[in-house]
Ligand binder design. Structure first.
Ligand code: ADP
Ligand code: ZN
Length: 752
């Protein structure tokens, strides 16, 4: 007779692995594991010759028909009994994997804080940080014990402060660890290990939160959002509000509303650069309920913030891209600020766009989503026009502050006048000087994408190229090195030309470093600082420069696009854009849209205080429609013109777009694989509903030592596009192609 009806049953786990592998795998669980394993838990399994930490995506009572017991292996260790990935997140991850055609394991990995899936066996899993804590055991009665001075000091400190972390006790009382040990032996104190929270915002205490009385337009926008939130069903808004129109205040109120409805709120922001500033304001408003997610936090901080959200201790999440997967419970609102930003798109597998994932998550969880921007993406504005999103407008700045006036400076005439190219027109230089004389501040922006200083031989005309990538190396004056911005290859500046051996090395182009130097030379009294990718690598330096600028210790800030966004400096009355032309000329169908957005955003930086601002744009293409409409601050006219261009040339939002990138060290192989893919695509395209382009060398044709070829697929029918792409890839694999060398990108944001 069986005891209690049944023997423990064996079951099987279907797992996804955090690798660029599309299929899932099945493993046998032992009796104990069978009872405890759940979908969303981590499971250590043997895979090939190694061992990986996988994620359980399903528990099966029986083997699928395609497998037999001898086909499968035993799982090793079940890491979690409480799944790290809850059912909602697992479902969202499945949607992402399916829509973007990327491996489920990669998506789950991206959804979790880093360090949750160590590759090697025995490597430690992310754990809470433990710290020694000291507390008094007995009321202090120094007569009873013969205590030394140091011991007394330690006890007195504890008495006045209460329980303390060991490290701060040692510091505050100035005693050694040995003193503490002896007090512990005497049983006067207790030392225990306790989990500490690593708080990335611990320094935000002094920040005050101002709460404004809403203006009438703000009120009307908020009311519409709140009404939808009350209904508890999915709704989507596009908030088109000019810079300075008070969108942020609306986001905060709506988040507050979510909390008061007993739900949670999430806010996604594009740039790491603006998270610290803004998240402190949120912390000031919502206190400890705020958790912050972004990639420049340390691993431990990220783990702790994630845990607080998972436990339900934090109900407001602010973060960059991957925060869209935060395990918030009962999500009521997602705000996507600056929704047009391309940094919502992950630029490596799994390729997903957090804005679009946010929409889907809101649908699945019956939440409200608010996309906000001064320059909505063409796609989102198109969706609003078609009625998929409710359009909300804030056309005016708070307090009717005037918009900055923008003016184009025609660099062709500057060139004609001087007979040679100039970096700064006289008009811009005069403006910088006058602004300084009035005690106001300026921002000088260099559109650095693909634009930087490099070295050229004046004798043979050669530039110095990266040995691994198809780009010139960028000159960094302060370190006297040349660096590849793709693979980080560095070398010392050559004394002679590597090609011809002559010594006529010449520096071309203006990096932000040179702009800074030129300004300092021209105006010795001008206090100039620089912010760009090189200095932002160091978060503290970056924040310090912004703080100094904000405090008026710097007159002119020189930097790249990142300066265009989010920051609020009331004393800035001049923004100069040194060169927009490189951005306009990029081989990308979104080049005009990006340029329009850049100028509009940057104009939003000028004149946020009481004085009007002005923007000067230097260009060799003064009649370009993106510049004209940006100067007129006329989004809708730009939108209409750009939309016609997209329609005429069959680009999104009129077609679905996918790109296939074939990469590898062997040029012949890359070329033949991409030709084979084209053949398979054509074969799968019987109904002729897709249009193929390529293969052609990708605009960046060599990267990190690999050659790159690109194919584009366009179709008015998204389902058909996917069917054709999937069929072609499957046939290519059946024919022996290795898919690890092929990246399929659905809805690529840039086709470079
Ligand atoms: P946006 O996010 O649309 O660029 P912000 O929310 O940053 O605009 O608002 C611009 C400025 O106006 C900020 O300094 C903000 O504190 C202020 N502000 C916002 N709403 C109000 C209000 N109702 N009354 C007064 N000032 C406001
Ligand atoms: Zn390189």
């Amino acid at each position: 007779m069986l005891i209690c009806g049944s023997v423990a049953k064996t079951s099987y786990a279907e797992v996804a692995v955090p690798l660029h592998v599309y299929q899932t795998f099945t493993y046998r669980l032992n009796a104990e594991q069978s009872m405890e394993a759940k979908a969303g838990s981590r499971l250590v399994v043997p895979l090939g010759r190694t061992v990986v930490t996988s994620y359980i995506v399903d528990i099966l009572d029986e083997l699928p028909l395609s497998l037999t017991e001898t086909d499968i292996k035993d799982a090793q260790t079940l890491v979690d009994t409480d799944p790290v990935c809850n059912p909602e997140i697992l479902e969202l991850a499945r949607w992402v994997a399916d829509y973007y055609a990327c491996p489920l394991g990669e998506v789950i990995k991206a959804a979790l804080p880093p360090g949750m899936s160590p590759k090697a066996r025995g490597a430690s899993f992310a754990k809470p940080k433990l710290r020694r804590f000291v507390r008094l055991r007995q009321p202090l009665d120094s007569d009873e014990e013969k205590l030394g001075d140091a011991q007394r000091r330690a006890l007195a400190t504890l008495e006045s402060n209460g329980p303390m972390a060991l490290q701060s006790l040692l510091k505050t009382s100035g005693v050694s660890a040995a003193t503490i040990t002896s007090l512990e032996k005497k049983a006067l104190i207790e030392v225990s290990l306790e989990a500490v929270r690593r708080d990335p915002l611990s320094d935000s205490l002094g920040i005050k939160s101002e709460v404004h009385t809403l203006t009438t337009p703000q009120e009307s926008v908020l009311t519409q959002i709140e009404q939808q939130m009350n209904s508890g069903t999915y709704s989507a808004f596009l908030l088109h509000g000019v810079t300075g129109s008070g969108k942020t205040e609306i986001y905060m109120r709506a988040m507050n509303k979510a909390l008061s409805l007993g739900r949670s709120a999430m806010m996604l922001v594009p740039e790491i650069a603006l998270t610290p500033v803004f998240s402190r304001r949120l912390r000031a408003r919502f206190g400890d309920q705020v958790a912050i997610f972004h990639s420049s936090l340390q691993k431990g901080e990220r783990f702790d913030e994630w845990t607080r959200v998972k436990n339900g201790d934090a109900r407001v999440v602010i973060g960059t891209r991957s925060a869209v997967f935060a395990p918030v419970k009962n999500l009521g609102l997602i705000v996507v600020d600056e929704e047009h930003e391309s940094s919502y798109r992950q630029q490596e597998s799994p390729y997903y766009n957090a804005r679009d994932v946010a929409i889907v998550r809101a649908q699945k969880e019956s939440a409200t989503v608010v996309l906000g921007s001064a320059t909505p993406s063409l796609e989102s504005f198109h969706n609003a026009r078609k009625g998929k999103y409710t359009l909300l407008n804030l056309p005016e700045r708070i307090n009717a502050r005037p918009m900055a006036t923008a003016k184009i400076i025609d660099m062709r005439t500057v060139f004609a006048r001087h007979g040679k190219p100039r970096v700064f027109s006289d008009e811009l230089l005069d403006a910088i000087r006058e602004t300084r004389e009035r005690g106001e501040q300026s921002i000088i922006l260099l559109n650095r994408r693909g634009y930087s200083s490099f070295i050229l031989c004046r004798s043979c005309g050669e530039t110095v190229q990266c040995p691994n990538c198809d780009v010139t190396l960028t000159y960094h004056r302060s370190e006297r090195v040349i660096v590849c911005h793709y693979c980080n290859h560095r070398e010392a500046v050559p004394r002679v030309c590597p090609s011809c051996g002559k010594k006529y090395i010449y520096y071309v182009g203006e990096g932000t470093e040179q702009l800074e130097e030129m300004l300092t030379l021209l105006f010795p009294a001008l206090r100039v600082a620089r912010i760009d990718r090189d200095t932002t690598a160091r978060r503290k330096v970056f924040e310090q420069s912004l703080a100094d600028f904000s405090a008026g210790k710097i007159d002119t800030l020189v930097g790249t696009q990142m300066l265009a966004k989010g920051h609020d400096f009331p004393n800035v009355t001049l923004v100069g854009v040194v060169s927009v032309d490189v951005g306009l000329a990029l081989p990308d169908f979104r080049a005009a849209e990006r340029t329009f957005q850049l100028i509009t955003q940057v104009a939003g930086r000028a004149g946020r205080g009481d004085r009007p601002g002005r923007v000067l744009i230097q260009t060799y293409h003064p009649y370009h429609y993106a510049l004209r409409h940006a100067c007129a601050q006329d989004y809708e006219s730009f939108y209409d013109e750009e939309l016609r261009y997209r329609q005429n040339h069959s680009y999104p939002p009129f077609v679905a777009l996918a790109s296939l990138l074939v990469h590898g060290p062997d040029l012949g192989r890359v070329r033949s694989d991409s030709l084979e893919l084209r053949k398979q695509l054509d074969a799968a395209n019987e109904e002729r509903k897709c249009r193929m382009l390529g293969p052609a060398p990708a605009p960046l044709s060599r990267l990190k030592g690999e050659h790159r070829f690109q194919l584009l697929i366009k179709s008015r029918n998204r389902k058909e596009l996917r069917r054709v792409a999937d069929a072609a890839l499957k046939n290519a694999v059946d024919g022996g192609m290795n898919l690890r060398t092929v990246n399929l990108e659905i809805d690529p944001v840039s086709i470079m």
